[in-house]
Design a protein around this ligand. Structure first.
Ligand SMILES: Nc1ncnc2c1ncn2[C@@H]1O[C@H](COP(=O)(O)OP(=O)(O)O)[C@@H](O)[C@H]1O
Ligand SMILES: [Mg+2]
Length: 356
């Protein structure tokens, strides 16, 4: 029986602030489902603080410092308290939360949690390695190449030449391990490649270059444990910027319009939903995710872009809104996510851990 749910938010991540907003929505909805929510805020230095409730200004006093401890059952230990924890809902977007590290800690502590496991979290966070898995599953993707930092440092002319020979401009340059469009550049001229590569390499030591297309940006939400999934009706992001940049996402309130029901044919919807299932299977995904696609405006070809294993969960985030539009209200969505986490945990317990 799941009663006490630890909601972990904030984190040492560029998406810290978004996580705090997502956590408010998840807290409210989990309470509506009658769970007892114990919010824990991880500050920008990585310290954990127990909260009475999620807020934009979390309490960070010494009294609230806490950590998760494994004894017979997992519990949250702070200076004066010890609270049993039945389930963890980690909602830290990006680095150190969505990339398998936190999930690895929860596996180690042997506690059920929401969302994708270690492998699929790590894979989906890394654009290059997820693309390799998607290639193996024959999923349609835009043309791409990967560049390593040592190539860029030792043979910059060769790297520029390789990019110019492989693609026509515009080219998209992005760090392999990032999100929220941080470090992503649209390069329209050879002379701007240098700067774009330097920016991308300031975030990661592997960088992706992609053929830049004129695209519609279509997203779906997925739910379920490997290999059985349900997919929502697709939605569309229509940005008012040249591409869906960090500015368009977070700084400009008119940076994008959301169409919760993308204007697509029945065949297009079906193809996108099938590709979503195939791609989540390709990375052995569990729990939930938002899966993003491009449709080339010229050719109408559908391409898989990326999987987000901890998508935004604010009241205006696509993930919960697309489910709502598909007939699953937020309370049922969160109950399903908790149940899926419990089910996955129970399955894991069925494996032998001894040789005899
Ligand atoms: N190959 C591409 N062609 C056209 N637009 C692209 C391409 N790659 C990225 N973009 C634009 O850049 C945005 C961010 O890129 P994305 O790969 O989704 O990174 P992030 O994980 O940071 O969201 C996309 O939403 C899209 O607007
Ligand atoms: Mg994206």
């Amino acid at each position: 029986m799941i009663n006490n749910i630890l909601l972990i938010f904030g984190g040492v991540s560029g998406e810290h602030d978004v996580s705090c907003i997502s956590a408010q929505f998840i807290e409210k909805t989990l309470i509506q489902c009658n769970y007892n929510v114990i919010p824990v805020y991880i500050d920008r230095n990585g310290l954990w603080y127990k909260q009475n409730s999620v807020s934009a200004k979390p309490v960070t006093s010494k009294l609230e410092l806490c950590h998760l401890v494994k004894s017979v059952k997992c519990h949250l230990q702070s200076l004066n308290e010890k609270i049993e924890v039945d389930f963890v809902f980690p909602i830290i977007h990006g680095t150190n939360g969505e990339d398998g590290k936190l999930q690895g800690m929860l596996e180690f502590l042997d506690i059920p949690y929401a969302g994708a496991g270690v492998l699929s979290s790590a894979l989906c966070m890394d654009k290059y390695y997820s693309k390799i898995f998607f290639q193996k599953a024959k999923l349609p993707q835009v043309k791409f190449i990967k560049i390593d930092r040592n190539e860029w440092i030792n043979k910059p002319e060769y790297v520029i030449q390789k990019i110019m020979e492989t693609f026509k401009v515009p080219v998209f340059v992005k760090p392999s391990n990032m999100g929220s469009s941080v470090g992503v550049s649209q390069v329209k001229e050879k002379n701007d490649l240098n700067k774009a590569l330097d920016i991308a390499f300031s975030y990661d030591d592997q960088v992706l270059c992609e053929e830049g297309l004129q695209v519609r940006e279509i997203e779906v939400s997925i739910l379920g444990n490997y290999p059985e999934y349900k997919v929502s009706i697709p939605g569309e992001i229509i940005t008012t910027h040249e591409f869906y940049s960090y500015e368009a996402k977070y700084l400009d309130k008119n940076g994008a319009k959301i169409n919760i029901s993308a204007d697509l044919t029945v065949d297009q919807i079906q193809e996108i939903q099938n590709l979503a299932i195939k791609s989540f299977k390709a990375v052995k995904g569990d729990g939930f995710a938002r899966i993003d696609f491009f449709i080339d405006k010229k050719t109408q070809i559908i391409y898989l872009n990326e999987i987000n294993t901890l998508p935004g969960f604010t009241p205006i985030s696509m993930f919960p809104m697309m489910w709502e539009n598909t007939g699953l209200k937020s309370t049922d969505l969160l109950k399903t996510i908790v149940n899926l986490g419990v089910e996955k945990f129970k399955n894991k317990k069925m494996f032998k851990t001894t040789h005899t």
